[in-house]
Design a binder for this molecule. Structure first.
Ligand code: FES
Length: 147
């Protein structure tokens, strides 16, 4: 039996082309505000983007000069990519980020997926990691001191 060739009746040349065309979705964008000192940068980024990657691509590095070259490359190991949240802070996911969040250290931008609108602040005064701010613990300390 001869194989049938149906390609002339299809609007696409191949299954791959059909798949790429039909599955190509317009990315949903999230608003990301980045505070750098007194300035605010507004970015629109695809949902699910990695915060560190977005910041670096936008030339808004979360690093200080020495850690620009001496960092773990986004593996969540060095703690030098820390930023502070002003709004839209997600729950910590990575173990290192959970510890940082729990004790009030800056959140690791390399461990943050942008899944909603966020406002983050770059730490322009940090030396390497950024200082601890107990009032910024996650989850926030309750009124009776627990948590
Ligand atoms: S880049 Fe090393 S912890 Fe984020």
């Amino acid at each position: 039996m001869q194989p049938q060739n149906y390609s002339h009746s299809l609007p696409y040349c191949s299954l791959r082309e059909w798949y790429n065309t039909s599955m190509e979705a317009t990315p949903i964008l999230c608003e990301l505000r980045v505070l750098v000192g007194a300035e605010t940068q507004l970015l629109h980024v695809p949902v699910g983007s990695n915060l560190r990657r977005v910041l670096l691509d936008a030339n808004l590095s979360p690093y200080v000069p020495i850690t620009t070259f001496a960092n773990c490359g986004g593996r969540g190991l060095c703690g030098t990519c820390g930023i502070r949240f002003e709004a839209g802070e997600p729950a910590p996911f990575h173990w290192h980020d959970r510890l940082a969040a729990h004790y009030g250290y800056p959140r690791l931008s390399c461990q943050i997926s942008i899944d909603g609108p966020m406002t983050v602040r770059l730490l322009i005064d940090k030396v390497i990691w950024g200082k601890r701010e107990p009032a910024l613990r996650y989850p926030p300390r309750s009124a009776d001191g627990e948590g």
